[in-house]
Design a protein around this ligand. Structure first.
Ligand code: SF4
Length: 57
C-alpha cells in the first residue's frame, strides 16, 4: 500500500517541534488561484493511505 511517507508533499515534524509525534508529518500542497499562489498544510501520519493528490518523491 502506498502511504503518505512516500509522497513528495509529506514533511516530517522535527523532534524539537512543539507538535512532534512519532510518524507525524505535515502534508503541504501548493495551490494557485486568481489572487496568487499559497500553500495548504494539514497534519498526516506516515502510514496514512495516500490520497488523490499523491505525488511520488
Ligand atoms: S495526504 Fe495526499 S498529498 Fe498529502 S502527503 Fe498524503 S498522499 Fe501526499
Amino acid at each position: 500500500m502506498t502511504t503518505c511517507k512516500d509522497c513528495a508533499f509529506f514533511f516530517s515534524i522535527p523532534e524539537d517541534a512543539d507538535d512532534f509525534e512519532k510518524s507525524k508529518g505535515d502534508c503541504v500542497t501548493q495551490k494557485d488561484d486568481e489572487k496568487g499562489r499559497y500553500w495548504l498544510s494539514k497534519p498526516v501520519f506516515e502510514n496514512d493511505q495516500c490520497c488523490g493528490a499523491f505525488h511520488k518523491r
